[in-house]
Write a protein that binds this ligand. Sequence first.
Ligand code: SF4
Ligand code: SF4
Length: 166
Amino acid sequence: MDLAKTLKAAQKDKKQLIAFLQKFDEIVPPDLEQIVAEEDKKTWEVVNCTTCANCCKTMTPIFTQEDTDRIANHLGISSEAFFEKYLEVEEDTGSTINKVFPCVFLVDNMCSIYAVRPIDCAEFPHHDKKPFDDYNDTFIQNVHRCPATYDLVKRLKTRIETEYDF
Ligand code: SF4
Ligand code: SF4
């Protein structure tokens, strides 16, 4: 995957893909979960996170206290020292986030704390969350940033517009 080219295309398609996703606020195809599962499988046949890491470069996960404790323990430092060194509280939301981007744990395009990474990272890009449409705001936010979400939403748009009067 050519990341720069993909992100450029995603930026160009963003408006129409967001408009498609916003329709889920009004109407949800009855077999949406099945469609998402089938199309998501195809997405992961063409998108490889190890050649991307755009989420780690441009977004931050939200750290729970459990994440902080687990990672600090893995690094052999106290949770307080870990927080002080790497994290901060976001003013608007009160969420605990990375101080800097790209994430300091991204090394050679790979997560250096993969086994103990935040749950938010492990679950990203949240395609298998249910019901899918409850996470619409996340997909709307990420459709031009995450090549996997971009690919999935394009597939969903094509399929749902073909199979339904949507
Ligand atoms: S989850 Fe999305 S943004 Fe993150 S590495 Fe995979 S394709 Fe890239
Ligand atoms: S902890 Fe790992 S997976 Fe999460 S943002 Fe940092 S490098 Fe990426």
